[in-house]
Design a protein around this ligand. Sequence first.
Ligand SMILES: N[C@@H](CCC(=O)N[C@@H](CS)C(=O)NCC(=O)O)C(=O)O
Length: 212
Amino acid sequence: MKLYMFEHCSLCFRVRMITALKGLHLQEVVVLDDDTDTMVSLAGKRVIPILVKDDGAAMLESMDMVDHIDGIGDRLLTGAERPEVEALAAAILETSPPLTMPRYPLLGLPEFATVAARDHYVVRKRKVFGDFVELRAKTRSLLAELMPHLEALDGLIESTDAVNGRLSKDDVRILPLLRSAAVVEGLRFPPRVRGYFETMLDRTGFRPLPRV
Ligand SMILES: N[C@@H](CCC(=O)N[C@@H](CS)C(=O)NCC(=O)O)C(=O)O
């Protein structure tokens, strides 16, 4: 299996995470942000992640990829899902991009290995989110919007090994978002969130992204 991905992409991390937890092999191919041709040639459109299976077929939905990989051998994500966890994941996804997106180009990530790729990202994202310097200057107020959702998550975490006590798709929803949020210097996870993040990330074998 081959995953076409960006290092900063939380949807890509869903796939990397389940593969690592299952101890399976995944060939990771980082695409430059301005390399639309590669995405179009594989998927017919600009999209990431793309999973190319061993039979050559491409999958374009991250949760379908997770389900496909979890179905190899014994399933790992057997725990029940909770709608309140999914709702919190949606709230975190809503409030964290203005904090994380203007930081990714500063982290030396491989999808931004050329100045053209980095600028391609900055130009397309600032059309939606605004000027990156201005966003970073609003870090304190943006963090104040994100923290209540992390506090609410703190109250929902049942174990450092699984948000619902037993691994489920909710872990695949939450852990990648925490990995992204952790790039924000000055963000302090509430205690149970921190314990969960550190334990789970450790289990995947991945290191956190740099903080800035
Ligand atoms: N439903 C898809 C959504 C994929 C998606 O929205 N990917 C985004 C974020 S990485 C994307 O390709 N954006 C286009 C771009 O980067 O230009 C999934 O879960 O895999």
